[in-house]
Design a protein around this ligand. Structure first.
Ligand code: URA
Length: 435
C-alpha cells in the first residue's frame, strides 16, 4: 500500500477502506509516513469529508495506536469531560474540582491550545511546579486519594492523535468534523473512563461554526462512545462570544478561581452546571439535573470545590498558594484599553478574532514548538446585549510587547459589533444530546 495512492483516493472523494485507514495511522505513528504526506491527507479530508464508517475506523485506529489505560484500580464510576475547543473556555478548571468535591472520580486527559482556542494543559502551567506528566501509578493514586488527576497526553496514549493534533494546529486543518471526532474520541476511549461528557461548541469562536454541524459532530461522538461501551452524552453550548470575560492563560485561571469562590460570570456557570449535572448523574450521585445543580451550588458556597482545586494542584507538584491569592500569578508589563467609538449595544463579539488577538499577544502557538506567554490576554468589559456609550471601555488588553499590543488591539476593536438596536444574545446552552 502507498500513502500517495490513499491521498489521491481521498482527493477524488472516495471512501478509504478500514485497512487503508489502519495503514495510514500506524505508518504516521511509527514515522514511516512523513508529516508532509499526512498534511496533504488531512487537507484532502477537509475538502472531501469522511463517512461515519471511516470516522469510526479512524477513531479506533488512533485509539489503538498506543496503550488503552485500565482504570479498574480506581473506585467508583470514572467520568471524563472534553470540550471541542473555544475561546475563554476555562470550564475544566471549575468543573473538575467541583464534581470531584461531590465524590465523582475525575480521571482526565487534557490537551494544549489548538488554533485560536486555549487548552487546559497550558492553563495549568500557570501554577508553578505543576506537572501533567504523571506515571500511571501516580494518576491512579491521585484519583483514589484526591478524587482528581489531569494528565497531558503521554507518548504512549493515542500517539497518532498527539502527532496529528500538533500537525493540524499549524496546517489549517483543525475544523473538520471527522478529524475532531477522531481526535477527541480516540483519547477519551484510550484513557479508560467509564463515562464521557462532551461540550460541543457552536458559533463564531468554535471549530463547528454552524449549529447543524455542531449537532452532527455531537451525534457522531455520542454514537462512537456508546458503540465502544461508554455512557456518553453531549451538551451543545454557544461560542458566539468568548466564554466568561477573561481570555488568556493566567487570566482564565483567575476567572475559574473566582467562579469557585461564587463570583463567576453567568455564562460560565451555566456551562459548568449543564456539564456537571451530566457527570453527577452518570456517576450516580444525583437523580436529576435540578438536584445536581443544588449540590454544585452547595460545593461552591461551602468552598469545598475551591479546596479541592488547591489539593489537586498540590498533588500534581504545583504551588497552590495562588488559589487563595491570585496576585501571585504572572502579570504583564503593559495594558491597553479598547474603547467604543459609538453609542449602542454590543450585538456580537467575534470570539475567533478575540482568540487570535490573544495569540498575537503571545498567548498561543504560531508553530509546533513556540513558547507561550502565560501572563498575556484580554479582559472583556462588555458582553453581548450590553449597552455601551462612545468612549466606554470594551476590553482591556494585557501584554508584554508594545507592537503586539497595538496589533492585537486593532483586531480586538474590530471584533465588537455595535448596533443601534439591541439584539437578543444567543443561548449559552442550546441542547443536550443523550445516547
Ligand atoms: N479537541 C481535541 O482534542 N481535538 C480536536 O481536534 C479539537 C478539540
Amino acid at each position: 500500500m502507498r500513502m500517495c495512492d490513499l491521498i489521491l483516493k481521498k482527493k477524488r472523494g472516495e471512501e478509504l477502506a478500514t485497512d487503508e485507514i489502519k495503514f495510514m495511522i500506524s505508518g504516521y505513528t511509527d514515522g514511516s509516513i512523513p508529516d508532509y504526506q499526512m498534511s496533504a491527507m488531512t487537507m484532502a479530508i477537509c475538502f472531501q469529508g469522511m463517512s461515519r464508517r471511516e470516522t469510526a475506523d479512524l477513531t479506533l485506529a488512533m485509539r489503538d495506536s498506543g496503550d488503552v489505560i485500565d482504570l479498574s484500580a480506581i473506585r467508583g464510576i470514572k467520568v471524563d469531560k472534553h470540550s471541542t475547543g473555544g475561546v475563554g473556555d476555562k470550564t475544566t478548571l471549575v468543573l473538575a474540582p467541583l464534581v470531584a468535591a461531590l465524590g465523582v472520580p475525575v480521571a482526565k486527559m487534557s490537551g494544549r491550545g489548538l488554533g485560536h482556542t486555549g487548552g487546559t494543559i497550558d492553563k495549568l502551567a500557570c501554577f508553578p511546579g505543576f506537572s501533567t506528566a504523571l506515571s500511571a501509578e501516580t494518576f491512579v493514586h491521585n484519583v483514589n486519594t484526591v478524587g482528581i488527576a489531569i494528565a497531558g497526553q503521554t507518548a504512549s496514549l493515542a500517539p497518532a492523535d498527539k502527532k496529528l493534533y500538533a500537525l493540524r494546529d499549524v496546517t489549517g486543518t483543525v475544523d473538520q468534523m471527522s478529524l475532531i471526532a477522531g481526535s477527541i474520541m480516540s483519547k477519551k476511549l484510550a484513557s479508560g473512563s467509564d463515562a464521557i461528557v462532551l461540550d460541543v461548541k457552536t458559533g463564531n469562536g468554535a471549530f463547528m461554526k454552524r449549529y447543524e454541524d455542531a449537532v452532527a459532530l455531537a451525534e457522531e461522538m455520542v454514537s462512537i462512545g456508546t458503540l465502544a461501551g461508554k455512557k456518553t452524552a453531549a451538551v451543545i453550548t454557544g461560542m458566539d462570544q468568548p466564554l466568561g470575560c477573561a481570555v488568556g492563560n493566567s487570566l482564565e485561571v483567575i476567572e475559574a478561581i473566582d467562579t469557585l469562590c461564587g463570583r463567576g460570570p453567568e455564562d460560565l456557570k451555566q456551562v459548568v452546571f449543564a456539564l456537571g449535572a451530566r457527570m453527577l448523574m452518570f456517576a450516580e450521585r444525583a437523580a436529576d439535573e435540578a438536584a445536581a445543580v443544588r449540590m454544585m451550588e452547595g460545593a461552591i458556597a461551602d468552598k469545598s470545590a475551591l479546596q479541592k482545586l488547591a489539593e489537586f494542584v498540590e498533588a500534581q507538584g504545583g504551588d497552590s498558594a495562588p488559589v487563595y491569592d491570585t496576585s501571585l500569578f504572572p502579570t504583564v508589563k503593559q495594558t491597553l484599553v479598547v474603547n467604543a467609538r459609538s453609542d449602542g449595544f454590543v450585538n456580537r463579539i467575534l470570539a475567533e478574532e478575540i482568540g487570535t488577538a490573544c495569540m498575537q499577544l503571545g498567548g498561543g502557538r504560531e508553530n509546533k514548538d513556540s513558547e507561550i506567554d502565560l501572563s498575556v490576554g484580554i479582559i472583556l468589559k462588555k458582553k453581548n446585549g450590553d449597552a455601551v456609550s462612545a468612549g466606554e471601555p470594551l476590553a482591556v488588553l494585557c501584554g508584554n510587547d508594545e507592537k503586539k499590543l497595538h496589533a492585537a488591539a486593532n483586531r480586538a476593536a474590530a471584533a465588537f459589533e455595535i448596533g443601534k438596536e439591541r439584539k437578543e444574545p444567543d443561548p449559552v446552552i442550546y441542547r443536550r444530546i443523550d445516547a
